[in-house]
Design a binder for this molecule. Structure first.
Ligand code: HEC
Length: 154
């Protein structure tokens, strides 16, 4: 069989598009990254309703320290927990989200956005429709990251 250059190029294009579209995995060991203070959001309309903690890797901490200018590869994870009747106590985990600086993701400000269930499996959430809007609205001037280094000082 004759394989044309065009065919090769097409295959190459398709496989790189697939790699870009594939859901990323939740980084292993993020629990050991620098952790934010405990945050409580009581607005039931917010996606962030409940209790959450943010985790930032070393690159992301550098980005926060530089006033929210993040180097390629920076990763920030947020873990969410239900609010119980007594809000001082965390309920069960209900969601995990990830932002990873990736210059190929031009549609979402050069960041990969991904959502996961409590079990760490991709939740198939659409990053453009369900994630980027708020980050663009609240943090276009700070590299689309809403939190700042203050959130990591305890
Ligand atoms: C309702 C608006 C809203 C939507 C929708 C939203 N976020 Fe956020 N996000 C926020 C706010 C507000 C914070 C800051 C939380 C804090 O400072 O405690 C935040 C923080 C984060 C952070 C920590 C870094 C930062 O920007 O402070 C990550 C990671 C994150 N969001 C990922 C996601 C992902 C992935 C999605 C889609 C599944 C998403 N977000 C959708 C409002 C939103």
């Amino acid at each position: 069989m004759k394989i044309t250059l065009f065919g090769c190029l097409l295959l190459l294009l398709m496989s790189s598009a697939a790699a870009l579209a594939a859901s990323p995995a939740l980084p292993k060991g993020y629990g050991a990254w620098q952790k934010s203070e405990r945050k409580v959001v009581t607005d039931k309309k917010s996606l962030f309703y409940g209790i959450h903690y943010m985790y930032a890797d070393k690159k992301a901490i550098k980005g926060y320290q530089a006033g929210n200018k993040f180097p390629e590869g920076s990763r920030i994870v947020v873990e969410f927990f239900n609010i119980k009747e007594n809000p001082a106590v965390d309920g069960p985990k209900n969601m995990v989200v990830l932002m990873q600086k990736d210059k190929r993701r031009t549609e979402t400000g050069g960041w990969l956005f991904a959502g996961f269930g409590a079990d760490g499996k991709p939740s198939g959430i659409d990053p453009v429709k369900n994630c980027f809007g708020c980050h663009q609205k609240d943090a276009a001037q700070q590299d689309f990251v809403i939190s700042t280094i203050k959130d990591f000082k305890r």
